[in-house]
Design a protein around this ligand. Sequence first.
Ligand code: PEP
Ligand code: MN
Length: 350
Amino acid sequence: MIISMKMHATRQEIDEVRNQVEHFGYKVHSIEGEERVVIGVVGVGDVTACMESVESMPQVEKVVRISAPYKFVSKQFRAGRTRVRVNGTVIGGDEFVVMAGPCSVESEAQIMRAAEGVAAAGAKILRGGAFKPRTSPYDFQGMEEEGLKLLQKAKKSTGLAIITEVMSDRDVELIAQYADIMQVGARNMQNFVLLKALGKCGRPVLLKRGMSGTIKELLMSAEYIVAHGNSDVILCERGIRTFETETRNTCDIAAIPALNELTHLPVILDPSHATGKRSLVPAVSRAGVAIGADGLIVEVHPAPEKAISDGAQSLDIPQFQRMMNELEPYIQLWKSSRAKENAAAAAATH
Ligand code: PEP
Ligand code: MN
C-alpha cells in the first residue's frame, strides 16, 4: 500500500498516519518529496481495515493498494516515467542518453583522451571505474581516489557528467563527492548494506543487474535504494550468465520492455559487458535503441589494445564515433515514439 499525503502536511499529521499504520501491524517507509510525503506500507496485516482507516484521515490525499512486492518502483505507484536529472541531462525523458568511457581510469592522458573523444561523438556522461571489482585479486584494482580526481579533471575540461562505481558502503561518501551518478556493479546488486547507504547518498544511482539476478530481484534491489530515501535510480541490463560461451554474457534484451512494463524507473543497456566483444557492440546498441531503452553505457578506450581491463569489448574513439553516427536515424525514430508516448500520457491526465 502507498499513502500520498496532501501537499504541505505537517510533521504531526504525518506521524499520526504512521502511528495508525503501525497500529495495524505494518512497517512504514516514507519518501519526503519537496512538496509532499509519500508513505510506503509493507508487511502483513488487515489491508482493507488499514486502508479504510487511513483513507478517512484528513491530511491523506490518496491510498493505493500495490500487489507487487516492490512498491515505490512499481508502475502502480507512479504512472509515466521517472526522469533522473544529471548535470543538465535527463535520463528517462525525451533524450536518448549515451554514457561512455573506459572500463577503468588508468592515467590522466587516457581519461582525458577518452573524455574528449566521447564528448565529441555525442556522449553526455563519462564512465570510468576508479574502484574495480575484479575476479582475480591479482588484477588491477583501480586508481581509487586518484582516479576520482582524474575524472573530476575530465569533467571540468569537457563538461561531461561522471558515472563511476562504488563497491562498498564505506566508500559512498568519498565517491559521492566526485560522481554525478553512483554505479552499482553486477556483483553488488544484492549488497544490501551498500544499497541502503545509497539511499542517503544524495546522488542518482545506476543499478546494474546481477549476473544471475532475476528481473524481480533487480526491482527489489532498486526498492531498497528508493525505500531508504533516494528515488533517482536508473536500471541497467548488462547481460546474464547462461550456458552460452560465444558471448561473455547473454544479453537479455527482452528485460528492457519487461522492466518498462513493471517499473517507472529508466532502463539503460550495457552492450559492452552484455557481449564482451567489440564487434557486437554496435548491433546490440541498435537493438537497445529500437527496443525502448533510455540510453546506453558503452566502454570506449583511446587504445583498447593497451587497456588494463575489458579491452576486447572496448571500442576505440573512431569506432565509437561511427557507431554514434549509425545510431542517429534510430535515435530519431526513438524520439518520435517517445514524443507520441508523452503526448498520449498528457492526454490521459487531462
Ligand atoms: C563495469 O561497468 O566496468 C563493470 C564492472 O560492470 P558489471 O558490474 O556489469 O560487470
Ligand atoms: Mn568493464
